[in-house]
Design a protein around this ligand. Structure first.
Ligand code: CP3
Length: 346
């Protein structure tokens, strides 16, 4: 039995005294303890060694006191397990030198037995679940098919992913074939994560907001829903279609979607209006605001919780925390959420 099940209660819309809090990319370069591992082991060694991934996952739980752990891994482990070369260059971000261009490239991707090639993630989850000793829930995750397509076709991170979008618009049959393959791999992978101990599953569609609403309905939504339908019997699912505010109303209609993550470009009241408590909402503090002074962070966080309401809400950032944030400020964010009930009763 979990000692702190606030996250699961929020996803079920049960009454809580305060919302749960965790931070996207909470295990990362703003923590000196993470940098210590980074100085010793390269990125994929950290990800592929269960003992290292476990130790890194626990850091923010111990240091910040967040209400959930998220397994230390990356969305790009899936393209790697499907056979693509994925490099993580220090200071430059990911690079996939052999991009997907043709039908043949897609045919070569192997979505079968994906779970066996990702067994290191499952081992990391099992170990972390054990080490957590039921202190807080453990979140597993994967990249959404459209976001993974962006990296697989573009070959690197970017602002607009023009090449990847042009691939979708000019070769929609190839795009749907690729998205379908990624979807099948992701379903197997997420079910494997739940079986290995993940209590909640989040699907990161970090780049879906680059799509117009009609294109989101073609290239993102069907695959997100397919994944949610397949994995919901195993664990509650949070979708994070970053920037796709236009999709909130429709995505929230699906029974198998338990939560939706938001970035800071939407007012809490508008998100509630569009979703009507059919799903829990997660977000949406602008991570750049963590540069403000702790007392200001505290005020802003309390205003954010006032706006979302306490039930069916998961306090989080609107995107990942960045390396320049002082740990003291990250802690102020977490503490501000944790003291909320005391504050509002005063
Ligand atoms: O949230 C967590 O604490 C778990 C860890 C986690 C990482 N990546 C570790 C990581 C998670 C959930 C991810 C997801 C991820 N990876 C996403 C979706 C979320 C988002 O931010 O939009 C995306 C798009 C990626 C792809 C990726 N991985 C990029 C673009 C980069 C480089 C940018 C950067 O921050 O450096 C990575 C590398 C990466 N993944 C790092 C970490 C901690 C930093 C590299 C390092 O520490 O050496």
């Amino acid at each position: 039995m979990l000692k702190n099940d606030l996250l699961l209660r929020a996803l079920r819309h049960e009454d809580v005294k305060r919302p749960p809090v965790w931070m996207m990319r909470q295990a990362g370069r703003y923590l000196p303890e993470y940098i210590a591992f980074r100085n010793k082991y390269d990125f994929f060694t950290r990800v592929e060694t269960p003992e290292l991934a476990c130790a890194i996952t626990l850091q923010p739980v111990d240091i910040l006191g967040v209400d959930a752990a998220i397994i230390f891994s990356d969305i790009l482990v899936v393209p790697k397990a499907m056979g693509m070369t994925v490099l993580m260059e220090e200071g430059k971000g990911p690079s996939l030198p052999n991009t997907i261009k043709t039908q043949k490239d897609i045919d070569l991707l192997n979505e079968h037995d994906i779970v066996s090639r990702l067994s290191y993630v499952l081992d990391a989850l099992k170990l972390t679940k054990h080490e957590l000793n039921d202190r807080v829930p453990l979140i597993g995750f994967a990249g959404a098919p459209f976001t993974l397509l962006c990296y697989m076709v573009e070959g690197k991170g970017g602002k607009g992913f023009d090449k990847a979008k042009a691939f979708c618009f000019t070769q929609p049959e190839l795009a749907s074939m690729l998205l379908e393959k990624i979807t099948q791999a992701t379903i197997q992978y997420l079910i494997g994560q739940a079986k290995a101990g993940a209590d909640v599953l989040q699907v990161f569609d970090s780049w879906s907001g680059l799509l117009a609403p009609a294109d989101f309905d073609l290239f993102a939504a069907p695959y997100l829903i397919k994944i949610a339908d397949a994995v919901a019997p195993y664990a509650p699912v949070i979708l994070f279609p970053k920037g796709s505010n236009y999709a909130l109303c429709s995505l929230s209609q699906y029974q198998n979607v338990s939560g939706i993550g938001l970035d800071w470009t939407i007012k809490p009241a508008d998100a509630r209006r569009d979703t009507q408590h059919r799903v829990a909402l997660q977000g949406n503090f602008d991570p750049s605001k963590l540069m403000m002074q702790p007392n200001e962070i505290r005020r802003e966080v309390h205003a954010m919780i006032d706006d979302f309401g306490v039930n069916g809400y998961i306090a989080n950032l609107g995107h990942g925390i960045t390396p320049s944030i002082p740990v003291r400020h990250a802690k102020a964010f977490v503490d501000a959420v944790k003291e909320y009930s005391l504050n509002s009763e005063a």
